[in-house]
Design a protein around this ligand. Structure first.
Ligand code: SF4
Ligand code: MG
Length: 332
């Protein structure tokens, strides 16, 4: 069946200047990425802060234009001019409801805003729609007249979900939707998202730095490192022991890092590299416990697997890149 949402060979390059007199340099936030989502599916997108996952979300939401490549919805290429119509079909839920909800607006105004922006219905039907959606996300009607500051973090995230779903979208881009919440509230919100997906046959792209959270919801997972999808697999396949060394490291990090702080460096030996100066060869080689000498010079190519693909020399038997001299370096 045709994917409902697809990225084909999408790249996004920014030009950044370091310091006042620094030369402008290209930053490849996304480097030739292809993903596709079937209707009703949940694709988890996992990676550390700075890997490009939020840029990818912005491209899908039309907040950024790709430098190269195509965004397709139902097989059709989407251009900048289609974004307004697309907003009815693709809606976001962001990480931090504190910053994404206008503190000066009542909850009723916040939730009904998309309907007013897109001139859907009149004030009567909009009012009715807000009441209905409050029920659906498990909030009492009385919150309509209150303000975000009067609500708990979990309630605010329910408001953000209500605001996204009032447009009856088909696709929801969830960018770290539970990272700002307490653990007990996290699972409530994840369960709510799961129920809503089943009830309305929604398709999710679920972005998180936390593989445990993704495992909860996703059917497939894409692992991102410095702008590349280094592994894509079914959730079951991912917990197999034979995956990409980076995925293995993510799986082993028992400590869940703070939002945006990345993997605890006890596992990987060093900090996430600067995307302006990505390491040569395999971008992961300075942190990889399995690295071989050629990993430092030869970029790995995606190798197809039964469940997706993996981008690592260890799997590239055809090229004979799967064996070699271990790379010796300090600290790993
Ligand atoms: Fe590690 Fe080499 Fe595979 Fe990169 S290509 S993940 S450095 S083994
Ligand atoms: Mg982010």
């Amino acid at each position: 069946t045709q994917p409902v949402l697809e990225l084909r060979s999408v790249s996004k390059t920014y030009t950044v200047k370091q310091g006042m007199f620094g030369k402008p340099k290209p930053l490849k936030a996304i480097n030739d990425v292809s993903i596709s989502l079937k209707r009703g599916e949940v694709l988890g997108l996992v990676g550390e802060s700075g890997c490009g996952k939020s840029t990818l979300a912005k491209i899908l939401l039309g907040l950024e234009e790709p430098t190269k490549g195509e965004v397709r919805v139902d097989g059709e290429v989407i251009g900048a001019t289609d974004r307004r119509t697309l907003a009815r079909r693709i809606q976001p839920i962001f990480q931090d409801p504190y910053s994404s909800l206008n503190p000066r607006k009542s909850i009723e105004d916040i939730i009904s805003l998309p309907l007013r922006v897109h001139s859907i219905g009149d004030s009567n039907t909009q009012d009715k729609a807000v009441r209905e959606i409050l029920d659906i996300v498990g909030l009492p009607q009385r919150v309509m007249r209150t303000y975000p500051s009067q609500m708990s973090g979990g309630q605010r995230q329910r408001v953000a979900i209500a605001r996204a779903l009032i447009m009856k979208p088909e696709i929801v881009i969830c960018d770290e939707p539970t990272s700002a919440l307490d653990v007990s509230v996290q699972s409530q919100i994840l369960n709510l998202l799961n129920d809503l997906r089943a009830e309305f046959n929604l398709t999710y792209l679920f972005i998180s730095h936390d593989l445990a959270v993704v495992e909860h919801l996703a059917t497939r997972v894409a692992v991102m490192y410095l702008g590349r999808i280094v592994e894509e697999s079914s959730v079951g396949g991912l917990f197999d022991t034979s995956g990409h060394p980076y995925t293995q490291a993510l799986l082993k990090s028992v400590l869940t890092p703070e939002a945006g702080k990345g993997v605890p460096d006890t596992e990987l030996g060093m900090e996430y590299p600067n995307p302006i100066a990505p390491p040569s060869g395999c971008h992961f080689h300075p942190r990889c416990p399995m690295a071989m000498t050629h990993c430092a010079t030869v970029p790995p190519r995606p190798v197809p697997t039964p469940e997706g693909h993996v981008e690592c020399h260890l799997f590239d038997t055809e090229n004979g890149h799967d064996t070699g001299t271990p790379l010796m370096r300090e600290g790993v």
